[in-house]
Write a protein that binds this ligand. Sequence first.
Ligand code: 8X3
Length: 249
Amino acid sequence: MNILITGVSAGFGKAIATDLVEQGHTIIGTGRRQHKLDELKTKLGDNFIPLCFDISDISATKTALQSLPADLLNNLDVLINNAGLALGLDSADKADITDWQTMINTNTLGLVNITREILPVMVAKNDGFVINISSIAGNYPYFGGNVYGATKAFVTQFSLNLRADLVGKNVRVTNIEPGLCGGTEFSNVRFHGDDERAKKVYENVDYITPQDIANMVSWLISQPKHININRLEVMPTAQTFAGLTVHKG
Ligand code: 8X3
């Protein structure tokens, strides 16, 4: 299969790309950091095609996709919208507005833009699969989740609405909604490089790993074509739903 994965420089994207190349698929991997893409290219070889651009940049996305060989672009089987980030955990009255804008631009605008670019290819060949990486933060509000959670609720609803639009077109859509996942740059990015604070999030917890998510993606794409898994909400056994907060004055 020909598979495009956004955000392969680290974390889920890197683990997914690595597994899928090992399984014999051709992977187009996007990311913002050229040196990380170069490292992955050295490791994964000919079946990994790096594309360096920022998906929040609408015109850069178009230019990057147009640079691909037409027979590859027109034969894309799977789009995995993995690129995304959380920034900050402050309450909404204190959060940094530029952090909010960056999350909105990447997690929602960037994701819908690349999806809109790729969907006509899948519809034209009457076959395709879009896998969106959302989050439980889109399902359960928690303190400081504000805009991050809202962007992920958008991704989840967008996934469901895509399915509604794609009726009869043999394009499948799955929304993966992970809970606490370690072994990624997620919290280091969220806390703006405060690695000590990031490390504490995962202390003494058996968290979900990027490999766990890669296993789920491999399972999803191996399902027969008459099956559409709509949503996959997944948490570590150690995590359950947030309690309802009551402030007593
Ligand atoms: C990552 C999961 O719980 O940190 O999206 O928001 S959580």
